[in-house]
Ligand binder design. Sequence first.
Ligand code: GTP
Ligand code: MG
Length: 195
Amino acid sequence: MKVNRSEFIISAVGPSQYPQDALPEVALAGRSNVGKSSLINKMINRRNLARTSSQPGKTQTLNYYRINDDLYFVDLPGYGYAKVSQEQRRKWGQFIEEYLTGREPLKLLLLLIDARHEPTKDDVLMYEWVRHFELPLVVVATKADKLPKSQWQKNVKIVKETLGMPKDAPFVLFSSETGMGKEELWSLIESAIGY
Ligand code: GTP
Ligand code: MG
């Protein structure tokens, strides 16, 4: 996809604020700090349209970005951040669950996993949950540039095995630094939204 226009639309705190124009939505989930906002910026060639931060747990809303007149990227709040309360966790779960199970324009979920480490318990739970609801899914392993090339294969194997992914399930090794995986991911997004 050629990105001609990308703009921030809204930080939504509930369904009444979601866009009404029925453009396809591609949502990003993953732990705090895994690189969700950075991935959006890389996909649309913008330095900092999606706000990134070195402080994890910052994004607490559904942030909508419109790309051309073709789709929205929906940056979801990160999970697994230790410093949030039980009550916040419960609210997060409910909010995200409602979006992921009930949002008609949602066409694809990108589940981001840090390529450097074995997926956490939260990652595995999230993956299993998404499979249970049969949401179209691409697993994206992030921060590949932080690993030597010689370790890519081994780490990819650990990620896939820990999640229990089927052999041919969609998977992209990605870097927001180098742009690795960008074209492959755009192809998967294009087919998911019927572009
Ligand atoms: P929350 O909004 O808190 O959930 O985090 P996030 O998932 O949006 O992460 P974000 O994109 O803000 O990135 C977190 C940190 O990791 C930032 O310091 C980024 O610069 C860095 N980062 C993200 N992706 C990459 C990558 O591919 N390579 C490298 N080297 N650093 C990355
Ligand atoms: Mg973010």
